[in-house]
Write a protein that binds this ligand. Structure first.
Ligand SMILES: Cc1cc2nc3c(=O)[nH]c(=O)nc-3n(C[C@H](O)[C@H](O)[C@H](O)COP(=O)(O)OP(=O)(O)OC[C@H]3O[C@@H](n4cnc5c(N)ncnc54)[C@H](O)[C@@H]3O)c2cc1C
Length: 554
């Protein structure tokens, strides 16, 4: 096998593996402690939570990855002045690579909290270290190294679900075909798996999961752990979209203790955007995933705790409201206590009203248009329903991948789409706009779509096309059902009322003092990334005022 990560090591090798000067090592000594290792001893093992970031003081350490058959491939050898670690060390998550001492090794081991303190206290050095940690993770994602191995057919709905979950959480993984890959065949034989039980997932710890839920998979790879039931956070933020992540970054950087919970992945709807072109400061645009991954890493640098995937199903007050604490109930029966709550649970896609839609939702009907979906329908004929900006962006991206795209809109034109997208779409020869369109039927078998029927124009003429992938971008409804019975007032469409409209004393505060709402979930909000980030930052001042007032009352 050729060396993994070769491309990124070739292009960014010096930034990925910088060497610290002796004076710099002296400056970082105060953040860790020195440890000695014998020849052959492990400094890190895939799947184990390590001690933190290690700066090599003497000796050499081999960094390797291993595949499911145990074959080890070298990534790099660290010598004196180099440091060993990647993003997992920032949050105290399990290692994604193996590290073994070549001979006797002395290393300065900096635990996760020391690493976060270093990144903040040593701005220039911290920037170099952070860049290296991010690039190393990018390299591991490219190589699929250190993460779980999914065995299943590429077009299987559950394979897509698990791949989507891991990609959107920035976690490396590999998918092996049970039909063509010899390693996959060996795994199926070894664990005696029936074809009907696929997909299976082999975690780095060696544990095998049969078609797991996202939560089971996340627990197996150490992405999420149990929440301390006795801990009272200053603020619990529900939702890790742009609004929730902005609150997390600004509040944690100002010293508040923050827990962010998300039922799916960081990034929210913004994470699904192929290219955000209207976010300030990115003249050439940026993919939603890239923007959100930066925010997620930034939040962890300031010590924000992440509970992803963890779904909040209710908000209750403690019996004694004088304690000024809020309790969130999670779907896994855990509880979270906090002095204040920020609702940043955004909105979710609307579903099309057509019979048997759910039969095809795993493998053929998509609500996102990321490179994953782009690859699935490369060179094919697809249909996309929707006339707003998110539909427009998806059309522009998908048109570069597919042979033909039918853009179906309910209205007579694309009036609700931004001009720049309308112009761009007009210049795409493989996109055909169908106005006054209504999808009437989906045909297919075993979860795979084979044809889509729609009626078009005033005549209502019916069209049937052989289409295996249908994309839906038909707007969003608020994610606020979890607030039912909590006493937080909603408007008639289910968005959270704040400020004057809620009879609240503070801006962005809901009808319950100490519970705030920001971003798309808030009634009257502007549905934009920049607006969500702005509200996420703005609410922090209000949080300080609320927390100070409650502290002085007690
Ligand atoms: C495909 C697409 C493209 C877009 N492109 C652009 C663009 O180019 N420019 C622009 O300005 N805007 C764009 N938007 C809109 C923008 O993404 C949203 O306005 C923005 O993401 C809203 O941020 P938010 O944090 O309020 O909510 P969201 O992004 O919706 O995030 C909410 C988060 O809360 C989580 N959540 C929900 N309920 C719960 C619960 N009960 N427990 C735990 N977690 C929960 C969700 O999983 C989600 O991650 C786009 C939207 C889409 C869908």
């Amino acid at each position: 096998m050729s060396a993994p990560n070769q491309s990124i090591i070739d292009t960014r090798g010096d930034q990925m593996f910088p060497t610290l000067e002796p004076a710099e090592i002296e400056r970082v000594r105060r953040f860790g402690r020195v440890r000695s290792y014998e020849a052959g001893e492990a400094l890190a093992k895939v799947g184990d939570v390590g001690l933190g970031l290690s700066v090599i003081l003497g000796g050499k350490v081999d960094i390797t990855q291993h595949d499911q058959s145990g074959l080890r491939t070298p990534i790099v050898t660290h010598g004196p002045g180099a440091f060993m670690g990647e993003l997992a060390q920032l949050a105290g998550r399990p290692a994604l690579v193996d590290a073994y001492a070549q001979g006797p090794v002395q290393a300065l081991v900096i635990p996760p909290e020391g690493l976060r303190a270093l990144l903040i206290a040593e701005a220039e050095l911290g920037e170099r270290i952070m860049r290296a940690l991010i690039l190393r993770r990018v390299g591991l994602i490219q190589a699929g190294a250190g993460g779980p191995v999914i065995v299943g057919r590429a077009e299987n709905g559950d394979v897509l679900r698990l791949q989507g979950f891991l990609s959107r959480n920035g976690h490396p993984h590999q998918t092996l075909s049970p039909e063509t890959d010899p390693d996959a065949k060996a795994l199926i034989e070894r664990f005696q798996i029936d074809p009907g039980q696929l997909p299976i997932v082999l975690c780095p710890s060696g544990q095998l999961l049969r078609n797991p839920s996202e939560t089971e998979l996340a627990r197996c790879i150490g992405l999420v752990g149990p929440i301390d039931p006795d801990r009272v956070y200053d603020v619990a933020v529900v939702g890790a979209g742009p609004a929730g992540l902005a609150t997390a970054v600004y509040a944690a950087s100002e010293g508040l203790s923050i827990l962010v919970l998300d039922s799916r992945a960081f990034g929210g709807q913004a994470g699904a955007s192929a290219r955000i072109e209207n976010y300030l400061g990115f003249p050439t645009g940026i993919s939603g995933m890239a923007l959100m991954a930066r925010a997620y890493t930034q939040a962890q640098k300031f010590g924000v705790e992440m509970a992803i995937p963890d779904e909040v199903i209710g908000l209750a007050a403690l019996d004694d409201p004088d304690h000024g604490r809020f309790v969130l109930h999670l779907s896994n029966d855990e509880r979270v206590s906090a002095r204040a709550v920020v609702i940043a649970s955004g909105a979710r896609y609307r579903r099309l009203e057509v019979e048997n839609l759910e039969n095809f939702e795993g493998a053929s009907v998509h609500y996102w248009a990321s490179p994953l979906e782009g690859k699935l329908c490369a060179g094919q004929e697809v249909a996309l329903v929707g006339g707003g900006n998110s539909a427009g962006q998806a059309v522009v991206y998908l048109a570069s991948q597919v042979a033909k795209l039918w853009l179906l809109v309910r209205g007579p034109n694309l009036a609700s789409m931004s001009r720049y997208l309308v112009d761009r779409i007009a210049g795409l020869p493989n996109v055909e706009l169908v106005t006054k369109a209504r999808v009437t039927a989906l045909e297919g078998a075993d979860g795979m779509l084979e044809a889509v029927r729609w009626r078009r124009g005033v005549s209502g003429e019916e069209v049937r096309r052989p289409i295996r992938h249908l994309f839906l971008f038909i707007g969003a409804a608020p994610n606020t059902s979890w607030l039912s019975g909590s006493g937080v007032a909603l408007d008639n469409k289910g968005f959270v009322l704040t400020g004057d409209a809620a009879g609240a004393r503070r801006s962005l505060e809901t009808s319950r003092a100490g519970v705030f709402a920001i971003g798309d979930a808030r009634s009257g909000s502007v549905k934009r990334v920049a607006a969500a980030v702005g509200e996420g930052a703005q609410v922090v001042a209000t949080l300080h005022a609320f927390l100070a007032a409650t502290a002085s009352r007690h």
